[in-house]
Design a binder for this molecule. Structure first.
Ligand code: SF4
Length: 447
């Protein structure tokens, strides 16, 4: 077994954020109007490239484990409305910027970006190129549901300059696939990978999940082993987050069949061992990359970053989110678009930037955000750069218990998460979170 006692897991299985931002999204505030966001956009430095995230909130059917902001599109109409509206949102954003901005990263997420017809995808990419300078060599990534990928879509992606595809694989076990309402045989994933590579989209990421109902450690390792037959550049291995109070469709998951904390941890560790033996470097908490992937190079050089898509090579300080629920990060703070499709549509149609929530950053937030990002990315942070330990007295108290458990080591200038403590990276980062415990935010399990 893993060597982690049940008591240790129970202590650190507390619900903690994933730290894709700081302050985290539950601590964003209601935005009464879009004026502040317009100002923030207008103040951006025209010489500094930015990143774009486009959220496509549609799927063909609901997977019961899903934690995303999406809806089942029963007809083409909402998708057609969406395409026209997100183009309008691009215009609203571009008109608020101080100049025609340069773009270094574009990420299409969802939902299912390949619920867009090829002509719609092409139209939106053309719309982006009309309003922004997409840099030579920019990464353009698309999340893909292999079950619905068509040859025409692959051609449209290649034509539009897509460089990376992220395939939702999750599990290749048909019994577990039935338990989560996502039937997707290996051949379907293999065909998608083959088509994308044949079209020149060489960089592939697979998303896998552990902790699903009825899933065993052997099941997780078998899915990893099968996935490796397709030689993905990266694997993201996420723990299933059971939050039925946020996502009511998760009530269809058999709670009694969910693996308990120690088993979840064993599943992750066994998969991580298998990936290490296959030559994949573990990146941060839950990503794995082949040595020739830029993510592995960034991690080795201490240049890894973390944003709403997880671990990334994207160093841009500004990320503009488009589409319902999309979150943007700007030097001044965060903004989140209205998650409701109707509310988002109404704002955009009325010519308003469709934000529902925001959070301006104070100096203390910036400092803690940088500390948390380094810990989540490097497993080590040097606090001398941030005023030393004296600036974080409460963190020292919180970390002392983790030191006793062998999860972290503390020295005069900072904190290092041990190899043994790596599964508890989120808990270590939470020691620097000034907001955690304030308010009513509930997060997923920390392990
Ligand atoms: S395809 Fe992805 S976004 Fe859509 S329901 Fe399934 S998990 Fe959620």
């Amino acid at each position: 077994m893993s060597g982690y006692s049940q008591a240790l897991i129970a202590t650190y299985e507390t619900r903690v954020p994933r730290y894709t931002s700081y302050p985290t999204a539950p601590y964003f505030l209601a935005a009464g109007h879009d004026g502040t966001y317009r100002e923030w956009l207008g103040q951006l430095d025209p010489l500094v490239p930015l990143s774009l995230y486009l959220h496509v909130p549609f799927c063909a059917a609901m997977c019961w484990y899903c934690g995303c902001n999406t809806q089942v599109a029963k007809s083409r109409q909402p998708v057609a409305d969406y395409v026209a509206l997100i183009e309008r949102e691009m215009t609203l954003v571009a008109d608020s910027l101080p100049a025609r901005m340069r773009v270094s990263h574009i990420h299409w997420g969802g939902g299912t970006p390949n619920s867009l017809a090829p002509a719609d995808f092409t139209r939106l990419m053309t719309g982006l190129r009309r309003r922004f300078d997409i840099l030579e060599g920019a990464e353009i990534a698309v999340e893909i549901d292999p079950r619905h990928l068509t040859t025409e879509q692959v051609e449209a992606y290649a034509e539009a300059g897509v460089t990376r595809a992220s395939l939702g694989v999750q599990t290749l076990d048909d019994r577990i696939q039935r338990a989560i309402n996502r039937i997707q045989p290996f051949d379907c994933v293999a065909a998608a990978a083959r088509q994308l590579r044949a079209a020149g989209i060489q960089r592939l990421n697979f998303d896998l999940i552990y902790g699903l109902p009825g899933q065993t450690t052997a099941d997780v390792v078998a899915t990893v082993a099968e996935s490796l037959l397709l030689n993905p550049d990266r694997i993201a291995l996420f723990g299933y987050a059971h939050v039925p109070w946020v996502k009511p469709h998760q009530r269809r998951i058999d709670e009694a069949a969910l693996p308990p904390g120690p088993e979840r941890l064993e599943q992750f560790l066994a998969a991580a061992r298998h990936l290490a033996q296959a030559g994949y470097a573990q990146i941060g908490l839950d990503h794995f990359a082949r040595a020739d992937d830029p993510l592995a190079a960034a991690a080795a050089a201490g240049q890894l970053h973390r944003n709403f898509q997880g671990y990334t090579t994207d160093a841009a300080e500004t990320l503009i989110g488009l589409g319902p629920s999309a979150i943007g990060a700007l030097p001044q703070g965060y903004v989140q678009n209205d998650p409701g499709f109707r509310a988002w549509s109404d704002h955009v149609a009325a010519g308003r930037l469709p934000i529902a929530r925001w959070r301006g950053l104070i100096e203390d937030d910036r400092r803690r955000r940088a500390v948390i990002e380094r810990l989540m990315c490097d497993g080590r942070v040097d606090l001398d750069r941030f005023g030393g330990w004296s600036g974080f007295p409460e963190a020292r108290d919180r970390l002392d218990r983790m030191v006793e458990a062998g999860l972290v080591e503390i020295d005069a200038s900072g904190v290092t998460v041990t190899d043994f403590g790596r599964p508890f990276l989120r808990a270590a980062a939470s020691a620097f979170d000034r907001y955690l415990g304030l308010g009513t935010a509930q997060h997923s399990s920390g392990v």
